[in-house]
Write a protein that binds this ligand. Structure first.
Ligand code: MLT
Length: 240
């Protein structure tokens, strides 16, 4: 039996730091755009990705990994002096490279789960591969961590979490109320994910700064079979 639960906002995510996640697999969704960009990088052969919580921490990691590129965003835009921003297209041609990334919500959510049994960056882009990986890990507890926007709930992250539940073998799952809510939200929007993402708060903010292409990219479903996993503060490809 796998107990499935979803956390839906940053304050709940902060609380995870004091929870025993030893028997828990966490899948972290920041569909627009942090975990979608991370998955894109891993699928295109990026060697390692270090999620940092702050710009200062990103620079500290850079001091010990001078070859790594600095990436991420604040207010959706590339951080001054950094090599790349947080658009998935920027993570496509960096085969063999290392990236240190810091984003407003996504990298914070990944790091809040760092004591979990396994931590997988989630996206629609590799949702089939994620479901297969979760089924193979057969965890006692599956926690779907929805990174949110600012301090609040983000619809696109909940839709991603629901898309994962939808693809898991139904028998042997016990869904919390929050897990049932994200599953039903996904069912409501499954026929038009692009418009769901485009009309979300984060989608509208990205469109305002000219990043419509990123929304289209992140709305694609199961275009990558690869799955990443985070251990010891770095994300690499999951090798089963
Ligand atoms: C985040 O981590 O909050 C996001 O990925 C924001 C963004 O990409 O604009």
């Amino acid at each position: 039996m796998t107990c499935v639960h979803a956390v839906l906002s940053p304050p709940e995510i902060s609380d995870l730091r004091s929870v025993d996640l030893g028997g828990t697999v966490c899948v972290v969704f920041d569909v627009l755009r942090a975990t979608s960009s991370i998955v894109t990088g891993i699928a295109h052969g990026v060697h390692r990705i270090f999620p940092a919580e702050t710009i200062e921490e990103a620079r500290e990691i850079k001091a010990t990994h001078p070859e790594a590129l600095l990436g991420g965003e604040r207010k959706g835009e590339r951080i001054a002096g950094f090599d790349i921003g947080n658009s998935p297209a920027e993570y496509c041609e960096l085969k063999g490279r290392e990236i240190i990334t810091t984003t407003t919500n996504g990298t914070f959510a990944l790091r809040a789960c760092e004591r979990a049994k396994a931590i997988l960056p989630g996206s629609l882009l590799n949702i089939g591969g994620l479901a297969a990986t979760v089924a193979e890990l057969a965890p006692e507890n599956l926690l779907l961590v929805c990174a949110g926007t600012g301090r609040g709930f983000a619809m696109e992250d909940a839709i991603g979490a629901g898309a994962l539940i939808e693809r898991l073998p139904r028998s042997g799952l016990e869904l919390s109320d929050a897990a049932r809510a994200v599953l039903n939200l996904h069912r409501f929007y499954a026929g038009d994910l692009l418009s769901a993402l485009s009309t979300s708060k984060n989608g509208r903010a990205l469109a305002r700064i000219g990043k419509t292409r990123d929304i289209e990219w992140c709305a694609q479903v199961s275009v990558y079979p690869e799955v990443g996993c985070m251990a010891d503060g770095m994300i690499t490809i999951h090798r089963g």
